[in-house]
Write a protein that binds this ligand. Structure first.
Ligand code: SPD
Length: 289
């Protein structure tokens, strides 16, 4: 075999693709350079792949949770939107979030004295620390408390109160399904302080319309203020992702104060993005009506 033939056959050998189907006939395909990790934990299948375009990706249950290239969008948006609306977010609870990206963003705020992460799957945290050290950088922070437990059970039994709760979950299948149901939202309401805010990741308004409808129906039955906001996450279904801002008192636009973001280094979130993310296209308004 001459060199050029050998090179070509190596090229074919590594012509490996990861595909995530988002609907029956549409999905995302990423060219893979290496599979770094592939195991079943007690709860789910966990894969870490290295892709040419998006760097390393953490895949749970066959679904991309984070990639090195675009994780900042989701994590900045789930954390900084509520934290720049709440006046004293002293104690923040993160349900899920085992990769650590949301924690990293929460800890940027000096006004947060304690961040509690409740993750069901210890293996996700270990994998993230090993393969995504920059994302998982907050786990050793003295303000962080990590509890390995079922998020729904924790909220139902905990006697603690939180100023902000962030439901940084995977999709509503498997172990995360209960985290999208009304009892979970009721428990979150009761665990929040009187001016508390809950933010939940609420799926794609284009590709997951049935889930979105259910999530907002359940949230509106519990919280007096429920507003959707949007962000562009290229590796999530339809690349348009939604979050639900739910609160007892705070209005996400009226109570927003840009001075609360007193640090550098954000790559997506800024005051204009905060305001603009609550502007919804007509088809999304209709979905929520
Ligand atoms: N379909 C992908 C939805 C993922 C939402 N959660 C991501 C967790 C990142 N910390």
């Amino acid at each position: 075999m001459n060199d050029s033939v050998r090179e070509e056959s190596m090229e074919n050998l590594w012509n490996m693709w990861f595909t995530e189907l988002h609907r029956e006939r549409a999905g995302l395909a990423l060219k893979v350079t290496r599979v770094l990790y592939s195991e079943f934990s007690d709860f789910q299948r966990i894969d870490v792949i290295e892709t040419e375009e998006f760097g390393r990706a953490l895949v749970l249950y066959g679904s991309i949770m984070i990639t090195e290239k675009d994780e900042f969008v989701y994590h900045e948006m789930i954390a900084h939107v509520p934290l720049s609306v709440h006046a004293e977010p002293s104690h923040v609870l993160i349900i899920g979030g085992g990769d650590g990206g949301t924690l990293r963003e929460v800890l940027r705020h000096d006004r947060v004295h304690k961040a509690t992460v409740v993750e069901i799957d210890r293996q996700v945290v270990e994998v993230s620390k090993r393969f995504f050290p920059k994302v998982a950088s907050g786990f050793d922070n003295p303000r962080t408390d990590v509890i390995y437990d079922d998020g729904a059970r924790f909220l139902g039994t905990s006697g603690e109160r939180f100023d902000v709760i962030l439901a940084d979950t995977s999709d509503p299948v498997g172990p995360a399904e209960v985290l999208f149901q009304r009892p979970f939202y009721q428990d979150a309401f009761h665990r929040l302080s009187d001016d508390g805010i809950l933010v939940v990741q609420s799926e794609s308004p284009l590709f997951n319309q049935e889930s979105v409808r259910k999530i907002y129906r359940n949230l509106r039955a519990v919280f007096p203020i429920v507003r959707m906001y949007l962000a562009h996450v290229p590796t999530y279904p339809s690349a348009l992702w939604s979050f639900a801002f739910c609160s007892k008192r705070h209005d996400p636009l009226g109570d927003f104060q840009s001075e609360r973001i007193g640090f550098d280094g954000l790559r997506y979130y800024n005051p204009d993005v905060h305001q603009g993310s609550f502007a919804l296209p007509n088809y999304v308004r209709e979905l929520l009506a």
